[in-house]
Design a protein around this ligand. Structure first.
Ligand code: INI
Length: 160
């Protein structure tokens, strides 16, 4: 059965990490996690550009600007929206998710979603390198796999 997959190799790939400044206590470890995943997958720190924006609500627009600017194989969007501290949680989290999905649907560049949406700061910390892994690491791995999958799907077919 033919199977096409994206390799987990960051070698030769160019990345942009778009990170929200809001909830920096959570987002900074997500950035560290993403850089760790890229490095451990054979990527080069010089191949990563970090772009910062005010909050998760702005992520979709900035992701789109980064895509339009060109020169990257993958964009990793990072942020943290915490319900406990956010009366308009649903708007910020919803628009971030919808907007990043829409940016992804409209480009051939690999885009991954590393935005934590939690009820409490504790839950966010757990997913930013404490008890429950690191969402930034996971989002970077998804971006690496996706960028390679795109290459595999667009490479000319080998003659039999
Ligand atoms: N932005 C976040 O990234 N996370 C949040 O939890 C948050 N809260 O709590 O409101 C948040 N708000 C800011 C928002 O993303 C915009 O930057 C702001 O509304 C200006 O457009």
């Amino acid at each position: 059965m033919p199977t096409i997959e994206g390799a987990l190799s960051a070698s030769g790939l160019q990345f942009a990490i778009v990170a929200a400044r809001f909830n920096g206590l959570i987002v900074e470890p997500l950035i560290t996690g993403a850089l760790d995943a890229i490095g451990r997958s054979g990527g080069d720190a010089a191949a990563v550009t970090i772009v910062r924006c005010p909050g998760a609500w702005e992520l979709p627009q900035v992701v789109r600007w980064v895509v339009d600017r060109g020169g990257v194989d993958a964009v990793i969007a990072l942020g943290a929206v915490i319900r406990g501290a956010t009366p308009h949680f649903d708007y910020v989290a919803g628009e971030a998710a919808k907007g990043i999905a829409s940016a992804a649907a409209n480009t051939d560049i690999a885009i991954s979603f590393g935005v934590l949406t939690t009820d409490t700061i504790e839950q966010a910390l757990e997913r930013a390198g404490c008890k429950s892994g690191n969402k930034g690491f996971d989002a970077a791995l998804a971006a690496i796999e996706l960028a390679n999958l795109r290459r595999a799907l667009t490479a000319p077919k080998k003659k039999k």
